[in-house]
Structures are given as C-alpha cells and as structure tokens.
Design a protein around this ligand. Structure first.
Ligand code: COA
Length: 177
C-alpha cells in the first residue's frame, strides 16, 4: 500500500531533506540568484529574488503529495545548502531536479541528497523508476546522476531554460529502483 506522506523528512549521513518554509526564502534567494545555478535548470528564473523564493515555497505547499515532493537540503552545520524535487510532469514516471548553492559544490551533497531521495521514492512513495535530464554543458550534474545510479537513455531533447531564455540540449537519464 502506498502511504502518502504530506511533509516527508529524509535523513542522510550529513543532510536533512524537509519541506521548505517562508523562513528559508532569503537564504534560497541568496543562493539561487546565481546564473551558474539557475542557468543549469529549466524553471529557475534569473535574476532570482526573495519574491521568487516565496512563490516557490507557496507552490511547493500546494503540490499534490501523490504526484510531487520537493525538499530543501539542510546540512547539519551549514544550514540550507540546496533544493531537490521529484515531480510528475505529464508523465507518470517522476522527474527529479536539484541544485546546490555554489559555496557548497564539490562536497558530495547533491549525490547524498539524491541517493536519500531515491531510497525514499522507492520505499515510501512506491516509485519504480525516475527520470532526469541534464544540459549537455553540465557534466557535473551528469556525474551526480551516474553516481546515484542513473543511466543514459541516449535521448537528447531540446528543453527551454528560463534563466537562459533559450532552448538547451538536454541528455536524458533513467533510474530503476
Ligand atoms: C550539479 C550540482 C548539483 C552538483 O552538486 P555537488 O554537490 O557539487 O555534487 P557532488 O559533489 O555530489 O558531485 C559532483 C560530481 O561532479 C564532478 N564534476 C564537477 N565538475 C565537473 C565537470 N566540469 N565535469 C565532469 N565532472 C564534474 C565532481 O568531480 C563530482 O564527481 P566525483 O565525486 O566523481 O568526483 C551543482 O553544481 C549545482 O547545483 N549546479 C547548478 C544547478 C544544477 O546543475 N542542477 C542540476 C540540473 S540537471
């Protein structure tokens, strides 16, 4: 049976994944207002202000927990370091997306958060598969996905990046539980 958790919390070795709240907005905006972050995602605008973070928190609170889960990634010492989400987007297989603030890159946080999210998605959300895509010029994200067990499907899509205001070639990947 699939028990739908409304505000799930995921704990990993160093990180806690939890629902975002309004108190997170200034920190989210400070880290997200970086073209190196937003420009690697589909939906984040650039520039990214506190109002964008507030709209994000409201949108997450309104998500149907059966179809989407979005978490802030909190480090035990550093506080909020990023965001990760899994959501159905016109396809029953959820897609995952994430970002880490630039000051915290290269410490394994994205991989650790993604691995925790995948365990939760299979055990609690009862998902058998997830998909993801990374822009061709973002090999670091491809590496994160590979480390977490995703494989390349071979498909390359042109997806529109809001921050770049342009379509970007996106390499598609899949993970099976
Ligand atoms: C991509 C991103 C999430 C990685 O976060 P992170 O916490 O630094 O990731 P990790 O430390 O877990 O792993 C990064 C891996 O990428 C590798 N890497 C970094 N830069 C790389 C590059 N230019 N080419 C290839 N690999 C690279 C690192 O060496 C590491 O792999 P390793 O453990 O085998 O050495 C982060 O840079 C980010 O938020 N970028 C902007 C937003 C984004 O890209 N979101 C994902 C959209 S698909």
């Amino acid at each position: 049976m699939c028990v739908i958790e409304t505000s799930p919390v995921i704990e990993t070795r160093r990180l806690l994944l939890r629902a975002p709240d309004m108190q997170d907005c200034s920190r989210i905006a400070a880290m997200a207002n970086d073209p190196a972050v937003a420009g690697m995602t589909l939906r984040m605008p650039h520039p990214y202000g506190t109002g964008d973070a507030e709209a994000f928190v409201v949108a997450v609170a309104g998500q149907d927990p059966a179809r989407a889960s979005t978490f802030v990634i909190e480090h035990e010492d550093h506080g909020l370091v990023g965001v990760i989400g899994m959501f159905e987007d016109g396809d029953p297989t959820p897609e995952t997306g994430y970002w880490i603030g630039r000051d915290f890159w290269g410490r394994g946080y994205a991989t650790e958060a993604l691995e925790g999210a995948l365990v939760w998605a299979s055990r609690r959300w009862k998902r058998r598969a997830l998909v993801a895509g990374h822009f061709e010029d973002n090999p670091a994200s491809g590496r994160v996905l590979e480390k977490a067990g995703f494989l390349y499907t071979g498909e390359v899509r042109k997806n529109f990046s809001q921050a770049r205001n342009a379509p970007v070639r996106t390499r598609r990947m899949v993970w099976l539980a």
